[in-house]
Design a protein around this ligand. Sequence first.
Ligand SMILES: Cc1cc2nc3c(=O)[nH]c(=O)nc-3n(C[C@H](O)[C@H](O)[C@H](O)COP(=O)(O)OP(=O)(O)OC[C@H]3O[C@@H](n4cnc5c(N)ncnc54)[C@H](O)[C@@H]3O)c2cc1C
Length: 428
Amino acid sequence: MTDDNRSGKTKKSIIVIGGGASGLMAAGTAAQAGAAVTLLEKNSVTARKLSITGNRRCNITNMCPIKEFPSHYYYSSRFLKHALYSFSNYDVISFFENLSISFHEEDRGRVLPVNDNGRTISIAFQKWALDQGVRLLPDMKVRKLLLKQDHVIGVIAENSSQQRLSFHGDAVILATGGKSYPQTGSTGDGYRLAGTAGHSVISPKPALTGLIVKGSTAGKLQGISLPDVIVSLWIDNKKVMSRREAIIFTHYGLSGPVILNISRAAVEGVIDERETMLSIDLIPDLDHEQIDMQLKRHFNGHGNRRFRTILEYYLPGKMPFVCCEDLNIRAEKPSSQVSAKERKKLRLWLKSLTLTVSSFRSFEEAVVTAGGVDRAEVDHKTMESRIIKNLYFAGEVMDIDGETGGYNLQAAFSTGRLAGLSACGKGL
Ligand SMILES: Cc1cc2nc3c(=O)[nH]c(=O)nc-3n(C[C@H](O)[C@H](O)[C@H](O)COP(=O)(O)OP(=O)(O)OC[C@H]3O[C@@H](n4cnc5c(N)ncnc54)[C@H](O)[C@@H]3O)c2cc1C
């Protein structure tokens, strides 16, 4: 084993594990504040996941008012509040603007770079960290935390030649991410590392992920996306939540923003083996009564038209045919022959297409991980472990997860900055 701690006597030495969004922010911040920082990243490049976020466009944060921010995280809103207020969405935007990147706002407050290229952000971000004096060591997988009683004193890492090296420091920041998209490097190592230090890890589950549904309806609609639907989630016949956004029908079931944002609670329902149903309102601008009146008008006023032709007024592509099949009504049936019962069946299909969730897409496809290091064991004002002194956490390795729209990167940046400052004794 080689001891590779080259920190000066006067500077605090800090080791950051993981060079993703939170780790780069923690490392650069600590170095800027005067610490000697070593960043150990197991990939050959940093920020692999950051580059592919937002469909490779990198949706770094959201423009919603900062006071509304906490409500966009699931159970972690109170825990994150201090970090978010200390380094807000406006701070994140200014930070990257200072790296010569310009942003614009898109739908639902999403903030994206004007050049639509997430890679520029990763490159500028890494350069910033290096410019602050961070010593970046790629291809270095951390295997173990070095503990002395209730303190962390360093780590043991393995390089690409399987050589084991030890690094000693005054503080260690664990920023290894969650388990989603493991090909980017986040394979859950941090859970094991934190576990060996005595931390509890809330069972990781895929979040912001596609939902697999029973029956053939969704599969038959594969490829159709609707920009504006309301999806309600029912667990054991109790309405848990509703969201209004876009939906995409896929070969396995459902995806798109509305499904991703509902998936957190739906995945829990499925794991707990409770009856998990989705009710989709395909025509959210009209209530049942309005739709009924409109359908009556259509069917009575255009008696010669075929049933499916009327449906084309409401549904795109092959949807009218799938609807006819589902309702068991002949597509070519003249409108005048459509009974009141059939009209009611159609209204219910349009307003509450009900599908049962049987499963969900795995970590390979999930945008984030729900679960992770128990927040109760981390000081929300500093990100320091309440169990091991000088051990800090940043980003998704903790049990924090938010909705789509830039909230997860914002959490990574805010907690990374807070951990970086706290680790060198400059807490906010
Ligand atoms: C496809 C996709 C799109 C997304 N789009 C968005 C978006 O547009 N907006 C948004 O807000 N969020 C988005 N997210 C979520 C967001 O990317 C994550 O929440 C965020 O990257 C988490 O940052 P992190 O630093 O905690 O972890 P990561 O970015 O996962 O970084 C962890 C780093 O630690 C390294 N590491 C792991 N184990 C070790 C080890 N043992 N030793 C050394 N290094 C290690 C990994 O290689 C990795 O580089 C997206 C996620 C995905 C997968």
